[in-house]
Design a binder for this molecule. Sequence first.
Ligand code: SF4
Length: 217
Amino acid sequence: MLDCGIAGGKTLDDPGDLTQVYNIVEIFHSVQGEGARAGIPHVFIRFGNCNLRCEWCDTDFLTFEEMNCMDILSEIFKFDCKNIIFTGGEPMINDLWPIQRLLKNRGYHISIETNGTILIPDGLIDWICVSPKDQIYSKVKIKQRQGDELKCVYLGQDLAMYDELILGFTHLYLQPCYFDDKSVEWNGQNFALTESVVKENSSWRLSLQTHKWMGID
Ligand code: SF4
């Protein structure tokens, strides 16, 4: 029996929401390692599948299991943490309203990390981080053009390509391209190049993936 997670035990849950099934790669508790909310503990819900295939992607989003929302909530309740991040894969290929309603009924703050190719409905998400991929897929259209953070992987692209997009975001991050299977020197050169670009474009900040340096998820 699911502990409903609300003091007093009453919920306004729709029974259909509790049985909604999602493809889940993993659910884990960690500290956000990058962006404006870096350092804040979160429960990460990594959804399976993605509508893109980026060369540098380090997520095995094709290994997942089907979990209904009761099972997902049971996992989340193991952690004393009210901050959730939907990540992936691409979370927005799912109908996120059922899990969103269940979490909001329990007072959770919900962030999302998305590639921006699918428009996020108003009111679904509290904190939106868009990481566009149109620097490698020129035919990809970024539909989510507003949010809290814009996080771009730097591959030598002209930052002028974001002149219009940046108007919809509060925080702008440029992230060095990082490959686990490349040498420290190779990744270091990418880091130095990105750092030099940020120094010349002061509206952007360097995105430091501190969780990777610390060897945590
Ligand atoms: S959009 Fe993100 S999850 Fe999808 S393939 Fe690219 S890096 Fe991986």
